[in-house]
Write a protein that binds this ligand. Sequence first.
Ligand SMILES: Cc1cc2nc3c(=O)[nH]c(=O)nc-3n(C[C@H](O)[C@H](O)[C@H](O)COP(=O)(O)OP(=O)(O)OC[C@H]3O[C@@H](n4cnc5c(N)ncnc54)[C@H](O)[C@@H]3O)c2cc1C
Ligand SMILES: C[S@@+](CC[C@H](N)C(=O)[O-])C[C@H]1O[C@@H](n2cnc3c(N)ncnc32)[C@H](O)[C@@H]1O
Length: 621
Amino acid sequence: MAVFAFEPLVPADLEFNEHDVPVSALYQDSYHPADGPLGQARRVFLQGNGLPERWRGRSQFTICETGFGLGASFLATWQAWRQDPQRSQRLHFVSVEAHPFRQADLATLYARLPEQLQAQAQELLATWPILVPGIHRLELDGGRVTLTLAFGQAETMMRELQCHADAFYLDGFAPRGNPAMWSRSVLGQLVRLAAPGATAASWCCAGQVRRDLASVGFEVEKVPGAGGKWCTIRARLRPHLGRRGSVPPQQGRVVVMGAGLAGAACAWALARKGVPVLVCDPALRRGLDATHQGHRLAAISPVFALDDAPLARLSRNAVLHAWQGWKDLPEAARPRRVGTLVFGQAGNSDADIQQALEHLALDQGWVQWLDREQGSALAGVPLQGGGLYFPQGMVVNPGALVAHLLDHPLIQCLPEQVSLRVGQEPNVWEVCNQQGECLESSNRVVIAAAAQSLSVLPDEFLAQHPMPRLAAMQRLAGQVTYLSAEQALTRGEVTLSGQGYILPVGPQGQVIGSTYERFGESAQASSQGHQQNIEKVSAMLADPAVAVATPEQGWAGWRCALSDHLPVMGFVPGQPGLFMAAAYGSRGLSWSLLAASLFAAYCLEEPIPLERRLEQALIPR
Ligand SMILES: Cc1cc2nc3c(=O)[nH]c(=O)nc-3n(C[C@H](O)[C@H](O)[C@H](O)COP(=O)(O)OP(=O)(O)OC[C@H]3O[C@@H](n4cnc5c(N)ncnc54)[C@H](O)[C@@H]3O)c2cc1C
Ligand SMILES: C[S@@+](CC[C@H](N)C(=O)[O-])C[C@H]1O[C@@H](n2cnc3c(N)ncnc32)[C@H](O)[C@@H]1O
């Protein structure tokens, strides 16, 4: 599996030079010319890439930038796009940045921007992510504009990105002080990321940059600027280069098999982008919230690893993505940010964890160490020890969330058990009910049927395309326990998570969990299971929990997991269009939106919201 050499993220320190222009002490260079950032953005990057003309009449247009800086070029582009009545339906902007500004510093910088950019600047500021390495996907302008930020060194992150860029803005600091930003390996990645006909522009005219751009696959032109004082680069990808997505044009509605968290999120992600979806699941007879009926509250809890292993990195991406995507849902379905205090990291001592925290230098807005007193103050009761506190931890009512996701005018829900038959045309599948009737022929199918995810495929297909990793998926029953407000074990607005978990008290009392039944035949709450939950959570508390719950005071269900706890999300190899979303284990709420956005990005040729090495680790095998 892919292992990342961890690179801590070092934010930018805001400083100004004698002309009041923001400068980087690290690179001894200014972020923009003395006459302001917007003139350069329009003159060099927009005009240099033939914009706004080139995005006119298109369904979407994708721009990839090296060096986000203060985002001035992004804001100028977004503004030009908004002002153009013939603009593309969507604008995707992808940018790499090794030293992002802190939100407070961006606020200072944006206060100096002209009035006509303020609305966009403030919207960006409000969604600005916490500064942790990896890919962050922001949706702006009602979802019509996406901003994909890759925080990390360009040499690493350009390799992790995937998009079909129509235009590039090359905007590192001057090559003399910032050679890494103009290296042949970074420029070479532009070709991998380019759509046919892509262009590139830069204020930097250095001979070496022009030669390297030419050698990786661009036709490069040096363009004199006004008055001949400066020149810019304009480049065009050579005609035989550039690529489009590998997914053939859509035939039939998108079909989603399974209406649990995995399926509902995939259906929602496409329906909200205007794509009609058919969702099939026999459980729908019990209502849209069937898979989590009676499950009052569940947690979205981040994972930590001393070496920032793929599961931890994925969890960071997924949890932040879930917040970005779901924070504006109606209140009943919306996750609530309460923070999660995590104890006992896989047998590592507190000292090891604190040392790793220092090395990883992750933003405190993501994770910080709390000692016993600090943790106890947060929980409102004395705790056994200290732990890792994740301020981004959330809780949500999973039934209300699933029901909301499925309740969309472009989603049709059918209470049918279905299976797949190979269709007449390549990559087209027939979705059949138990009577063998074909309900829909489609080349966009999501298999989100948890433990049944392989058995919905034809035997002959599985014989030719075995997926041993998925076949080893385990199904585990489990239950949560409900305590009344009087029985509640904590008082604070925080989730405690160790061997078991304690969620914050709500109007209906408190949820604690959960059990793992490896060989269970059915998923049913029992008094014995409740007792196990009470014992598990006691390990986190200074005073052992004493509570009694009757069987009906709880909820029981299934989870399916692989031994490495990574989920499966991706196209079945060799089957573009056949997407598998399964093995979500105990973290269905964390994984479901990221997987759904990944599927939507493949289908709609949008930038991929996940690092390439992580994406590879998750494909069905
Ligand atoms: C006790 C307990 C507590 C949990 N707490 C949390 C928590 O706090 N946070 C968290 O993130 N996760 C939690 N989980 C895990 C979470 O519930 C799962 O990860 C999640 O439900 C998995 O979603 P899914 O859509 O993959 O599967 P499911 O919800 O099982 O949905 C799969 C659906 O596929 C349907 N299906 C099967 N075969 C077919 C077919 N042939 N045709 C059509 N449909 C089919 C099934 O009917 C089912 O409805 C908990 C799980 C349990 C058991
Ligand atoms: C000239 S500024 C970009 C200005 C920006 N385009 C704007 O509109 O505000 C150059 C940016 O490149 C970033 N940078 C420098 N070296 C980098 C590297 N190796 N990887 C990623 N980003 C880098 C700097 O931190 C800086 O923000």
